[in-house]
Design a protein around this ligand. Structure first.
Ligand code: S3P
Length: 429
């Protein structure tokens, strides 16, 4: 049955490695597929989303071995893809669909991208607009708004594109399309989104120049295969960081977690709330900073305000931050977060519904919410809405609630974190 029953935990103790980073796993497969020769990806995330990227590139004629520990990609260069003989299914993965759109816009054949019910509700105009501006022949359902997306690759021209929303997927799609354009393509972000593409693509040979919020890529450069080691996913570690803080007598160490500053806004927020979180063994792994993260249960967290500028660096941590806020004294307000309405579910309304059902005092806004803590949460039957991060956040809420919390739709955790419940049982008592 697709439901788990969660009871209050007394303590949360131990050491573990989180699953490999999802964003970096996607990029490693995409860039390796577009490179000439063999690439070896170590510590690849074998979860549904990055596996959708592997199957998409296989459908485009790339040989990818995934039998041993490593994933080995036999790339054929930027023009080495071949026309797929069927529609490409990107599953639940927005990253696969949006980044692939950028690649296919410059490849001279016809392709159609689709996905599951959730992905088919996610906005695609944000990639269609800049890619059309580069000369791509790309269209989508409902007036170019939703998948399926149909693309006939064309010779592209470079653009200077000022992105209306901070989105790493859009930035990456335009950068990848820029590889197929004559000249330099420039993107200007309204706020810094995750920069894994800018860090990894040059390692494969791309020429990228970064100045503040401007990123520029030179077209026509050939890429070459290489080795990539994927760090642990901060977004997966986040659920355990918050659980350890909220459960008294906890003491955990999470090993080899990516601490790229464009991803760790939750650490800054939790520290402002009064949490003492320590980092050690900081080192560089394939161009990304990684560390061990240590945290213990705290007496009390205090409420904070999160503003629009702070949202991109904690975008995927919104659900678990809401759980921390429900347990912090005072009113926590999160604004400027309307992007959350178009994630795997409408994450603002999903969290409002779940935490309210458990007794939290919440006010919902168009662009965020406010939560009055500290609530004594009570077990209830709550929904994941098919969204992996909602399923995991509600599970952590269940660990601090009185009684039993039943979370429906937990198979969605396999999108990013197979083994989530195994680690929960290993650490909790
Ligand atoms: C991702 C970027 C983010 C994030 C998503 C993964 C990526 O979305 O929410 O889970 O791998 O590039 P945006 O494109 O909206 O920044």
């Amino acid at each position: 049955m697709d439901r788990v029953d969660i009871k209050k935990a007394k303590r949360f103790n131990g050491e573990f490695s989180p699953t490999p980073d999802k964003s970096i796993s996607h990029r490693a497969v995409i860039f390796a597929s577009l490179s000439k020769g063999k690439s070896v990806i170590k510590n690849f995330l074998r979860a549904e989303d990055p596996v959708s990227t592997i199957s998409s590139f296989r459908a485009l004629g790339i040989e990818i071995d995934d039998k041993e520990d490593d994933v080995v990609v036999h790339g054929k260069g930027i023009y080495g893809l071949t026309e797929p003989d069927n529609v490409i299914d990107c599953g639940n993965s927005g990253t696969t669909m949006r980044m692939l759109s950028g690649v296919l816009a410059g490849n001279p054949f016809f392709s159609v991208l689709t996905g599951d019910e959730s992905l088919r509700r996610r906005p695609m105009a944000r990639v269609i607009t800049p890619l059309s501006g580069m000369g791509a022949d790309i269209m989508a359902r409902s007036g170019n708004r939703y998948p399926p997306v149909a693309i006939t690759g064309k010779k592209l021209k470079p653009i200077e594109y000022h992105m209306p929303v901070a989105s790493a997927q859009v930035k990456s799609a335009v950068l990848l399309a820029g590889l197929y354009a004559d000249g330099e393509t420039e993107i200007v972000e309204p706020a810094k989104s995750r920069d894994h593409t800018e860090r990894m693509l040059p390692a494969f040979g791309a020429v990228i120049d970064i100045k503040g919020l401007r990123v520029r890529i030179k077209g026509g450069t050939e890429l070459e295969g290489r080795e990539v080691c994927v760090p642990g996913d901060f977004s997966s570690a986040a659920f355990f960081i918050v659980a350890a803080l909220l459960i008294r007598h906890s003491d955990i160490t999470i090993k080899e977690v990516g601490i790229n500053p464009t991803r760790t806004g939750l650490l800054d927020a939790l520290r402002r709330m009064g949490a003492g979180i320590e980092l050690s063994n900081i080192r560089n792994l394939s161009g990304e900073p990684v560390a061990y993260i240590h945290c213990r249960g705290v007496e009390e967290l205090k409420a904070i305000d999160i503003t629009k500028e702070q949202v991109p660096a904690l975008i995927d941590e919104f659900p678990i931050l809401c759980v921390a806020a429900a347990q912090a004294s005072g009113v926590t307000t999160i604004r400027g977060a309307e992007e959350l309405r178009v994630k795997e579910s409408d994450r603002i309304s999903s969290m409002v519904a779940g935490l309210r059902k458990m007794g939290a005092e919440i006010e919902e806004f168009k662009d965020g919410l406010s939560i009055k803590g500290k609530s004594s949460l009570k077990g209830a039957l709550v929904e994941s809405y098919g969204d992996h991060r909602i399923a995991m956040a509600m599970t952590i809420a269940g660990l601090v609630a009185d009684g039993t919390t039943m979370v429906n739709g937990v198979s969605s955790v396999n999108i990013s974190f197979p083994g989530f419940f195994r680690i929960i049982s290993k650490l909790s008592s």
